[in-house]
Ligand binder design. Structure first.
Ligand SMILES: *Cc1c(COP(=O)(O)O)cnc(C)c1O
Length: 338
């Protein structure tokens, strides 16, 4: 099978397994796991934040971020296609009593004007805006790499109105790679950021939440509250440290996505969005088939992708996929939708 469902399917390589086997460990809830401490310090340094926190998943890190920034009953501003809105089981409401005010944002990033018009001041009737949540790369809109100035414009407008800003940067390093800027430039304007180590970077487990010392101190308590206080987590933080060495390889995944998009677009009935990073969205309505039927036909040919909307399927390149795999996938699908 050529598995293009997600970059989360990457498996740990020998270096990571070795790092897991040999990691120095301690009880991380007591702050005594040297490998976790090193990971948190390295990530904070790389992102240009005061501190960082190792979390089991990106979803948990986003949810902790939202909880720490807000008070129960407030509103969160977010693009209607964002991960926190679509794919986190309504966690903002479930964990933190928050209401989402969804924005229809071009490329998934609201303009300064949209933010200014959407921030609500608390009064007798209104809940008040407690958080602006941004996303980069923007997953559901096709892995869009959002430029630092767009992030900054939205963030500064919110912060001017005393609304903090969280960035869901599950694929932050993909964005930085595509835009050829340091990740710290993208992160600089926001109050907190989540980035995943378990997607394109290949770690088996974990995402980071980063921000100020005070924010991370609160986040550490909230992680415990959410059941994410881990003990000898160096076993998984060791491979996660190795994953940080893989950032330079993301460029190759992006090249593979270009190659894949080009080939898929040539299939009958496929309309493919030009990828900016490692996510390729194909509108398959012109095949005359439902997305699930298209996926089934792909699977029959040994190619896996994922349903992504009423007419769309998603392919995702990653470090376990070679150029030969992409060529092979295209060869197998060639002529299958004529
Ligand atoms: C994958 C993803 C997450 C969640 O990460 P998990 O580790 O799967 O919980 C959050 N935001 C975006 C944009 C993602 O793509």
């Amino acid at each position: 099978m050529i598995d293009l469902r997600s970059d989360t399917v990457t498996t740990p390589d020998e270096t990571m397994r070795e790092a897991a086997a040999t990691a120095d460990v301690g009880d991380d809830v007591y702050g005594e796991d040297p490998t976790v401490n090193e990971l948190e310090a390295r990530v904070a340094e790389r992102l240009g934040t005061e501190a960082a926190l190792y979390c089991p998943t990106g979803t948990m890190a986003n949810q902790i971020g939202a909880r720490v920034h807000t008070e129960r009953g407030q509103e969160v501003l977010a693009d209607r296609q964002s991960h926190v809105v679509k794919y986190e089981l309504g966690g903002l409401a479930q964990h933190s009593g928050l209401q989402v005010r969804m924005l229809e944002a071009d490329r998934g990033v609201p303009t300064a004007q949209q933010v200014a018009e959407s921030v609500v001041t608390e009064d007798l009737h209104r809940a008040g805006t407690g958080l602006l949540c941004l996303e980069n790369t923007h997953n559901a809109r096709g892995g869009l790499a959002i430029e630092p100035d767009k992030i900054a414009a939205a963030a500064e407008t919110a912060q001017d109105r005393d609304v903090p800003v969280h960035l869901d940067g599950a694929r932050l390093f993909n964005a930085a790679t595509a835009l050829d800027v340091p990740a710290s430039n993208i992160v600089a304007p926001v109050d907190s950021v989540m980035c995943s180590l378990s997607k394109g970077l290949g770690a088996p487990v974990g995402s980071m939440l980063a921000g100020t010392e005070a924010f991370i101190a609160d986040a550490r308590r909230t992680r415990k509250l959410f059941g994410g206080g881990m003990r000898q987590a160096g076993i998984i933080a060791g491979p996660a440290l190795e994953a940080l060495e893989n950032v330079a390889d993301l460029e190759r995944d992006h090249e593979h996505a270009q190659l894949l998009a080009h080939g898929l677009d040539a299939l009958a009935g496929f309309d493919v969005q030009n990828p900016e990073t490692n996510i390729v969205l194909a509108d398959v309505s012109e095949t005359g088939l439902e997305p699930d039927a298209v996926l089934e036909r792909c699977q029959d040919e040994g190619v896996l992708a994922t349903p992504f909307g009423p007419t769309t399927i998603r392919f995702c390149t990653h470090r376990d996929i070679s150029r030969a795999d992409i060529e092979q996938a295209l060869e197998r699908l060639s002529g299958r939708f004529d």
